[in-house]
Structure formats: structure tokens, C-alpha cells
Design a protein around this ligand. Structure first.
Ligand SMILES: Cc1cc2nc3c(=O)[nH]c(=O)nc-3n(C[C@H](O)[C@H](O)[C@H](O)COP(=O)(O)OP(=O)(O)OC[C@H]3O[C@@H](n4cnc5c(N)ncnc54)[C@H](O)[C@@H]3O)c2cc1C
Length: 343
């Protein structure tokens, strides 16, 4: 097989890996490609149902009070650490399990309501919002979406309160944008009771502070010499789990613990496989889809704060006896404030 054919074969295999064998539901974007415009799903802009809005308002009031009193973003940035007291408080206010079902101790909020919560946190501290995202939006998301009832019952109660923290580990040296190129191997044991994991992960938010990590590794495809990605629940107390770098230095969001770790012959029980064997890439990309919406909400919050601060400065700082906003070149900034804040 020449190089081009091999590459094409690899891409076909990845595409097949991404598709579950079950029937494919119609989605808005897919519908457009197929000539369907499913307007009900996007127009009018989805609103939070009235009953949930009341619950959301209460949650936001409680959260704002906590953040006003206990969150110091400048100190978090200086110390490059989020204090445990802040994490505990986020747990108490329900933030660490907002969308988890109530039966597992979560708040049962919709993804949209959770975006409002993360926008609030993102408007105050980027590190804290990324920490919450890594724990909730991607860390425990695979468990929420693909976990069995037994797995959820076992793992979620402590994770939704913040007593334990979660992380999501896909990225490796050779698997960045090319997420399908995961090299970490998961070999089944002879008696089939567990998998033996080997490889390294990097750029993993919360890796050094997490008690549960959703780890992507390659498992053999039965009856062939191929491998496919599978998701595993890994805990740092498993023998062979080695933290290589707890906090990789960063220029921004310095408060988050972005880590690098290795798994060396780590035995992971077969009960810790998350979702179907060999469908881990689909698990990972679905999880990331959820993360993207809440990460986006954090950025919207941060952007609104930046805009407000810029406007405030332009309206108070005086030079040449005029506020900056009244100097001709900058006037546009303060005048456009009302419209821009609608974002
Ligand atoms: C602060 C931080 C936290 C992170 N947290 C996590 C985490 O919790 N879990 C986790 O699994 N990962 C995490 N990551 C990893 C992150 O998902 C990867 O950094 C990301 O997937 C990009 O991979 P890369 O850095 O290797 O960049 P590369 O893949 O090397 O890309 C470099 C540049 O090339 C561009 N590029 C790549 N391929 C193409 C292409 N085909 N066409 C055009 N342009 C292309 C990219 O857009 C990018 O601009 C984190 C990263 C950071 C920086």
C-alpha cells in the first residue's frame, strides 16, 4: 500500500470509529447538509423554561455571594493556584455537579443553564472557570454521558460535591489537533479481568489534583491487527501512575494545574471501561462538544468584563482635560458600550 493509500485507509478507519453502529439521529447541522432546515431547534433562540429560570436565578445569587466574598483572581494568578477553600465553596454551591442528575447528588441543570453559571465565573476569574470546565464539562462528562448506572453510582456522588475532582486526558505528544492519533496502549490481560495501560499524556488540566481521570488509550480490535481508542476511568492511586509534571508553567490561566503524567503497566479493571470498547474517539469528541459550549460561555463572561473595564477607564481617565472616551479616536469605544454588552 503506498503512503497516500495508507493515509486514506487511516482516515476511513477514524471516520468509522467516530460513528456508532446504531441509528444516527438528525441534528441541526447534519440536517442542513441533507436539505432539512429544522428551525424549531434554533429559532427562536432557546430560552430557559420559567421554572428552571427561578432555580438558576437562586443558584446565581448564591454563587455571586460566594465569589464576592471568597474569590481573589489576582491572588490566584500570583500564586498560580486555586485555593482548596474556593474549590470547596464551588462544591457547596453546586457548581461542580450542575448538570449531573439529582439522583447522583447533582443539580440537574440543563447545559444552557450551566453556561450562565460558567459565564458568571468566567467574568471574574479565567483560571477558576477553566478549572470548573475541566472538572465538570469534560472531566466527568464521559461518565455522565456514557457511564453505566453502576459506574455513575460509584463515582459521581463524591465528584459532584468536589470531595473528589475529575480530569479528561486525551492529549499526548503526537495527539493534539490530531486527536485520533492517540498512542497510549491498553492491552487486555490474559484472564480478561483488566487492561494494562502504557503511555504518556500531556497538557491535562487538573491532572495533579484529580481523583478520577477519563483516559483515552488504544485497545486491540478483536479479530484484526488494528487498534481503536477506548475510554477508561483511571485513578492516580493505581500502581504505575506517575506524575511527570504537576504544573506546567503558563503565561495565562496560571491558576489551573496543567499536568503531564505517565502510565506504566497500570492495571485498570474492565469495569472501568467507559462506553463501548473501541468507541473512545466518539466518546472523547462528544465530551469535547459539551466542553466547547461552556468554555465559550466562560470566554463570553471574560470578554464582557474586559469591555466593561475598558469603558470604565475610557470614561474616567482624563488627558488633555478630557476623558479618554471623549478624545476623538476613542469616542467610539464608550459610545458602542450599550450595544456590545448585549453579546
Ligand atoms: C492550558 C491548556 C489546557 C489543556 N487541557 C487539556 C485537558 O484537560 N485535556 C486534554 O486532553 N487536553 C488538554 N489540552 C490540550 C489541547 O487540547 C491541545 O493543546 C490541542 O488539542 C492542540 O494540540 P497541540 O497543542 O498539540 O497543537 P497542534 O496540534 O500541534 O497544533 C498547532 C497549530 O497548528 C494548527 N493545526 C493543526 N492541524 C491543522 C490542520 N490540519 N490544518 C490547519 N491547521 C492545523 C492548530 O490549529 C494550531 O494552531 C490543553 C491545552 C492547554 C494549552
Amino acid at each position: 500500500m503506498n503512503k497516500l493509500d495508507a493515509q486514506r485507509q487511516k482516515e476511513i478507519q477514524q471516520a468509522e470509529e467516530l460513528l456508532f453502529a446504531g441509528p444516527q439521529a438528525l441534528r441541526f447541522a447534519k440536517g442542513r447538509f441533507q436539505g432539512h432546515f429544522v428551525s424549531d431547534w434554533v429559532m427562536p433562540y432557546p430560552r430557559i423554561p420559567a421554572a428552571q429560570q427561578i432555580e438558576l436565578n437562586d443558584a446565581l445569587t448564591e454563587l455571586r455571594k460566594f465569589l464576592d466574598e471568597h474569590l481573589d483572581p489576582a491572588e490566584i494568578d500570583r500564586q498560580a493556584d486555586i485555593p482548596r477553600s474556593v474549590i470547596d465553596g464551588l462544591g457547596r454551591t453546586g457548581v461542580l455537579g450542575m448538570t449531573a442528575p439529582k439522583e447522583y447528588g447533582g443539580r440537574g441543570f440543563s447545559q444552557m443553564a450551566n453556561c450562565k453559571v460558567l459565564e458568571e465565573i468566567g467574568s471574574r476569574c479565567a483560571s477558576t472557570s477553566v478549572f470548573v470546565n475541566a472538572h465538570h464539562s469534560i472531566g466527568i462528562r464521559a461518565l455522565l454521558l456514557f457511564g453505566t448506572h453502576e459506574q455513575k453510582q460509584k463515582w459521581l456522588p463524591k465528584l459532584v460535591t468536589g470531595e473528589q475532582l475529575g480530569a479528561f486526558a486525551l492529549t499526548e505528544k503526537e495527539a493534539g489537533s490530531d486527536a485520533a492519533n492517540v498512542q497510549m496502549q491498553a492491552r487486555p490481560s490474559e484472564d480478561g479481568s483488566h487492561f494494562i495501560l502504557n503511555g504518556e499524556k500531556r497538557y491535562i488540566t487538573n491532572a495533579a489534583i484529580a481523583h478520577e481521570l477519563t483516559v483515552m488509550a488504544r485497545t486491540p480490535v478483536p479479530g484484526s491487527d488494528k487498534t481503536a481508542v477506548t475510554a477508561f476511568l483511571v485513578t492516580p492511586d493505581m500502581a504505575g501512575f506517575e506524575m511527570l509534571e504537576e504544573r506546567m508553567p503558563k503565561m495565562g490561566i496560571r491558576g489551573t494545574a496543567t499536568g503531564r503524567f505517565a502510565l506504566r503497566d497500570v492495571k485498570v479493571p474492565k469495569e472501568n471501561v467507559l462506553g463501548p470498547l473501541g468507541k473512545g474517539l466518539k466518546v472523547a469528541l462528544t465530551v469535547l462538544d459539551f466542553g466547547r459550549t461552556t468554555f465559550g460561555a466562560c470566554c463570553t463572561g471574560a470578554a464582557k468584563t474586559c469591555l466593561e473595564l475598558a469603558i470604565q477607564h475610557a470614561n474616567t481617565r482624563k488627558q488633555f482635560n478630557k476623558t479618554l472616551g471623549n478624545l476623538r479616536r476613542l469616542g467610539i469605544l464608550s459610545r458602542s458600550s450599550a450595544g456590545a454588552n448585549d453579546a
